[in-house]
Design a protein around this ligand. Structure first.
Ligand SMILES: *[C@@H]1O[C@H](CO)[C@@H](O)[C@H](O)[C@H]1NC(C)=O
Ligand SMILES: *[C@@H]1O[C@H](CO)[C@@H](O)[C@H](O)[C@H]1NC(C)=O
Ligand SMILES: *[C@@H]1O[C@H](CO)[C@@H](O)[C@H](O)[C@H]1NC(C)=O
Length: 495
């Protein structure tokens, strides 16, 4: 380390001077921008103090199948373009060599090297406007500026302008986020006077640099969905232009390239939703789940004091978790039915079923009861006494940990620990009892055997399940009078 310091010192000095110069220049640009933008007569007429220069940012491209050279050469020819910034996570591979001096490369995850300060986006974007382009588009007119100058908007909520690309899909979306249910809903909609909640598809976006740089995550991909989510939280609207100012290049029309691009796009969407904690989308009525699967951990950590972390954020059980719990319950019921073994819905699950046939909105597991003398009829329960067993469908059967007493857990998978708890009861003088009780759960108590003779059925999570007879009386015995009508948050929890 010490030995190479003397050699690098001049470099450090140069870099430092360079950074200082950039800083001074940046400061100059910034203050002159701020001074002019505080003009009180500005009433959002477009182009709003357009200084005739634009920074173009290319974020969405597929490094293995790109048209970056063609795209940047075409943009380079537009006089108003000050810089073309190609943004990638890491150094581009394969490398792209653009002859244009306007092209700069920006890495969102630069490698940290001794003495080399990371470039800052703010230092690179020094124009008042930025244009976000997907790879493979061509400005179809020589002067964007002439076209842009003719367009105005008086809607102060509009912060993004979207331009169609000839031959590419673009849709105006009405968008809503149901925070509690982790759900993003969007519908294709007709623009209301050219204004949309967001625009998706292959489009070119124009924003003021100050707005763009102030986005919490300006460089997330895919650009369209990222702007959609962030616009929603900021209350921004997008103006969509009728006129088509861009064309597409022929290079990216190869079906194999398109398929590769699409799969890349889908990966980015998944990462984006993960980042913004969106776990379900409803797009024109089509429902898709994101978040946990059999191959991933469940999407919340250990539950302390019966209160899962998401409840503190004012959110309910994530949809992917409800889905996993339902799949596990369905599987357990099939195994029990196949072996002719009786079970009944217990505890909070039964309470949810009695209320509306659903899980209690913040519940994170499912409870079943069974007869102790029937556990040996289920091979997985027998085997679980020796250690966890994965069945052929990938569910894992376990004896609950020592200290938690004698009951069983069926997990969605070995990795995803969402589970159904199975409590074995036996009769003693016509009272159903067991040897271990959760001291912290007053509802965990004995009950008369005749609640189980006969068993009844009820709807729960869209399944038909066995439940005790006189379920209201059964639930009120355990949870207290009026428990069906008066939902209570978990112990210790105050919203
Ligand atoms: C989408 O359409 C459905 C059905 O027409 C409607 O219930 C929902 O509110 C719409 N969502 C948005 C965000 O407009
Ligand atoms: C199993 O136990 C239940 C209740 O504890 C009882 O009603 C039933 O007769 C028992 N079955 C067998 C085969 O012992
Ligand atoms: C069975 O119930 C009787 C009272 O009815 C009680 O004395 C006894 O301890 C119970 N046995 C078990 C094993 O719970």
């Amino acid at each position: 380390m010490i030995s190479f310091l003397p050699r690098t010192q001049p470099t450090i000095l140069l870099v430092f001077l360079g950074a200082l110069l950039q800083y001074i220049l940046g400061y100059f640009f910034w203050t002159s921008y701020c001074a002019s933008s505080s003009n009180p007569t500005a009433n959002h007429v477009f182009p709003f103090e357009f200084d005739g220069k634009i920074t173009c940012i290319i974020r969405d491209f597929d490094s293995e199948a790109s048209d970056l050279e063609g795209t940047s050469a075409a943009i380079d020819a537009v006089g108003e373009v000050a810089r073309i910034v190609v943004v990638s996570e890491r150094k581009l591979y394969p490398p792209v060599n653009s002859p244009s001096p306007k092209v700069v490369y920006f890495e969102t995850q630069p490698s940290v090297r001794l003495g080399v300060p990371a470039k800052k986006l703010r230092d690179i974007v020094q124009t008042q406007w930025v244009l976000l382009l997907p790879d493979g588009v061509r400005p179809s007119r020589q002067s964007l500026y002439d076209s842009l100058r003719q367009t105005t908007t008086s809607n102060p909520a509009v912060k993004i302008w979207a331009f169609r690309v000839r031959g590419k899909r673009a849709s105006c979306q009405s968008v809503r986020m149901d925070w509690k249910r982790w759900t993003l809903t969007m519908n294709n909609s007709a623009p209301v006077g050219d204004v949309c909640d967001a625009v998706t598809g292959s489009v070119v976006y124009l924003l003021r640099s100050v707005d763009f740089l102030n986005l919490p995550e300006p460089l997330l991909q895919p650009v369209g969905e990222s702007l959609l989510v962030q616009s929603l939280s900021l209350g921004w609207k997008t103006h969509i232009f009728g006129e088509t100012l861009f064309a597409r290049s022929d290079k990216l029309l190869d079906p194999q390239m398109l398929a590769h691009q699409r799969s890349n796009h889908d990966d980015h969407v998944r990462d984006l939703y993960d980042r913004f904690q969106i776990k379900q989308t409803v797009k024109n009525g089509h429902v898709e789940l994101f978040g946990c699967t059999k191959a991933t951990p469940r999407c919340f950590g250990n539950v302390i004091n019966d209160t899962p972390s998401y409840l503190y954020e004012g959110r309910w059980t994530p949809p992917c978790c409800i889905n996993a719990l339902k799949a596990t319950l369905q599987h357990v019921i099939e195994v029990f039915d196949f072996n002719g073994v009786a079970y009944w819905l217990e505890g909070g699950s039964l309470l949810g079923a009695a209320r509306n046939g659903q899980l209690i909105p913040w519940d994170y597991d499912i409870d079943l009861g069974m007869f102790l003398n029937e556990t040996k009829k289920i091979q997985y329960l027998e085997a679980a006494r020796e250690g966890p067993v994965a069945d052929p469908d990938g569910f894992t059967w376990e004896l609950a940990q020592p200290g938690e007493g004698q009951f069983y857990r069926v997990h969605y998978s070995r990795t995803n620990r969402l589970h159904v708890d199975i409590f074995p009861f036996y009769a003693n003088n016509s009272v159903m009892t067991k040897d271990f009780w959760f001291r912290s759960h007053p509802q965990d108590r004995e009950f008369p055997e005749d609640f189980l003779t006969p068993m009844e059925s009820a709807g729960f999570l869209g399944l038909t399940v066995a439940v005790p007879n006189r379920r209201r009386e059964f639930l009120e015995l355990k949870f207290g009078k009026g428990c069906i009508e008066n939902p209570k948050y978990p112990r210790d929890f105050k919203l």
